[in-house]
Design a protein around this ligand. Structure first.
Ligand SMILES: [Zn+2]
Length: 212
């Protein structure tokens, strides 16, 4: 019998997010549980399921001496700091492994406004080519522990599997809708998740190539 496909999550944590004020392990577990409920990884076998969402319960520490990564800035030109954080800590691996960086806070110049970076409202961000022409390096998901809600990782997974907000625009309650919070899944989202779990060439395509 073939081994059941499994999507593994590798959680990284910056020191500012793990300052003793929060239970980071519980945060990660809650994100995982909600995400696996929404993405229905125990779907029927005829649809290719079940897929397991697994975490080794390891919080990989990130070295960040001067709290350089405590506030991650995003402008229309990109986010050098986000790219640096991932580059210093993660290299894409064979197999269905999703790196998730537990960060502290972000400043999104477009949405939070102002010229001086400050802690803004961004809950999560997926570093991937689609929608981010400035993206280079290996893909990763960032979640911001001071603002994230229980559905944040579930929403970011829509981006991870290749979708933009525009794809979910006409699907009320969809997990991929801008702002997050939706729990519905389109068939194509489910299938993309299944393909990503099972097909190395599909993973490579999303990893390496701009998806139009
Ligand atoms: Zn989004």
């Amino acid at each position: 019998m073939d081994k059941l496909p499994s999507i593994q999550f590798a959680f990284f944590c910056i020191p500012a997010a793990n300052d003793g004020k929060r239970d980071v392990a519980k945060f990660c577990r809650d994100q995982m549980n909600f995400a696996s409920t929404v993405w229905n990884p125990k779907g029927p076998p005829e649809k290719g399921g079940p897929v397991g969402f697994t975490w080794d319960n390891n919080l990989r520490p990130v070295t960040d001496k001067d709290n350089h990564f405590k506030l991650i800035e995003f402008t229309p030109d990109g986010s050098p700091k986000a790219l640096q954080l991932v580059k210093e800590n993660w290299t894409v691996q064979a197999g269905p492994i999703i790196p998730v960086f537990v960060c502290y806070a972000a400043w999104d110049k477009l949405r939070d406004g102002g010229d001086k970076p400050r802690e803004g409202l961004m809950k999560g961000f997926t570093l991937t080519k689609r929608g981010n022409p400035w993206f280079t390096g290996d893909r990763a998901i960032l979640v911001f522990i001071t603002t994230a809600q229980v559905h944040t990782l579930a929403h970011e997974l829509a981006h991870w599997f290749g979708f933009t907000h525009a794809d979910a625009k006409d699907a009320p309650g969809n997990v991929g809708q801008e702002g997050g919070g939706g729990t519905h899944l389109l068939d194509e989202q489910y299938h993309a998740m299944m393909r990503w779990a099972n097909q190395a060439d599909f993973r490579n395509r999303l990893n390496r190539v701009k998806v139009e």
